[in-house]
Design a protein around this ligand. Sequence first.
Ligand SMILES: Cc1cc2nc3c(=O)[nH]c(=O)nc-3n(C[C@H](O)[C@H](O)[C@H](O)COP(=O)(O)OP(=O)(O)OC[C@H]3O[C@@H](n4cnc5c(N)ncnc54)[C@H](O)[C@@H]3O)c2cc1C
Length: 466
Amino acid sequence: MNLLDELRAAVGAAQVLEGGDLEAWELDQRRRWRGRALAVVRPASTAEVAAIVRACAAHRCAIVPQGGNTGLVGGGIPDASGSQILLSLQRLNRVRDIDTANLTLTAEAGCILQHLQQAVAAQGLLLPLSLAAEGSCTIGGNLATNAGGTQVLRWGNARRLCLGLEVVTAQGEVWDGLTGLRKDNTGYDLRDLYIGSEGTLGVITAATLELAPQPAATLTALAACATLADAVRLLEGTRARLASALTGFEAMGRPALDLVARHYPDLPRPLPGAPWTVLIEQSDPEGEAPARARLEALLADAIDAGLVADAVVAESLAQSRALWRLRESIPLAQALEGANIKHDIALPVSALAEFVAAADADLQRLIPGVRLINFGHLGDGNLHYNVQAPVGSDARQFLAEREAEVNAVVYDRVASLGGTFSAEHGIGALKRDELAARKSPVALALMRAIKSALDPAGLMNPGRVL
Ligand SMILES: Cc1cc2nc3c(=O)[nH]c(=O)nc-3n(C[C@H](O)[C@H](O)[C@H](O)COP(=O)(O)OP(=O)(O)OC[C@H]3O[C@@H](n4cnc5c(N)ncnc54)[C@H](O)[C@@H]3O)c2cc1C
């Protein structure tokens, strides 16, 4: 049998898509890369995934796993050869178990993150992983990219929330590593190898995740700071006073919010003109009244200390949602403004202000008029330091012609201050050369050894990461 016939036998002919309009799977989220698949295959069970991988291994055909296709580094679409199988996990979407006593959720890889948040909320529980793409990204993709998001400062990233995994290996075997245990020191941690491996070692088919009780009250505030250094000092003070109730601390530079105002004029902008706007989220086990009193006192003291020029605390859930929408609309406004050079960097929070001042100056010297759209998860040191073409210039041309030199300036500065060039989005195809150039030879040799041990034929998402 040829490969496509074997795949049809494994999942049914209707779930092997070839020809026709496959743009939803072949075009990446940023509309930057377009691949071409031999076929898109849509299994609905772990056994079907295993059968597909075994068939592909027998025919030496490469596989590209894909969840919600919201990745930003070109890692989840096929290459242009027309010879790779696009393995869509979207139909693998059952919640297998919610264990309220053990505070765990076991769900299949294709479950949409937001659906999982809703499923556990219905039981009074919280899945503390939150990102702007949560309405479309999948939990399998979140784990394959070790996603971060807005609550990392309190709960850690996807890796920290994952207790167990089920994986189809590159040979088509099923490794059942699903467990709700917090402690298990029985040999090498295979789970951590697959998390963040971006589909290059195997296919994640299900996961067990740690949950938390829903907080009694969640409050959102905005604060206006004159400088990024002030915002970092505000973070220090807020952490000290709110402790584990601090669940979000996002920073937004004025140019970022100016773009939002231009493209989403109906969104309110409570603190116009602030050089830096900070969004604080407090999730409290106490009731709303004491939580609000704590937050308001904290902000009043920050105003008295000159760290904050002005602040607002949302009065209702609707107001809170509107404040979050400001933050979440920045990448969307940037996309509407035109192609841009994205950086997903992290530094020690103590080095962020120095980095931004130095990198801003370097880039303005290199490209006068360049627009620096800075925003991000300040609470964990992760900044989206994005570079938009000067007003009036061609955005696509800017991206094509200036990306390499802009990256060199930004990543050299990041490295000199002890940071990383990829904090959240991963390596994919976009940052593969950067990884090769910037990781130590020892780290690269270890990564290659792991890749060749787990995927000796090199069929799992080839050309990505390494
Ligand atoms: C508006 C917006 C906001 C975002 N915000 C954040 C953010 O705050 N933090 C953050 O970390 N990311 C963010 N992202 C990036 C993206 O949403 C995350 O990387 C997300 O985790 C990808 O999930 P996905 O299901 O869409 O994966 P895909 O895009 O489908 O795939 C991503 C990678 O994972 C691999 N993969 C997918 N599923 C599996 C699987 N089951 N088994 C093995 N490999 C698999 C793919 O091969 C690919 O390499 C954002 C993206 C957008 C568009």
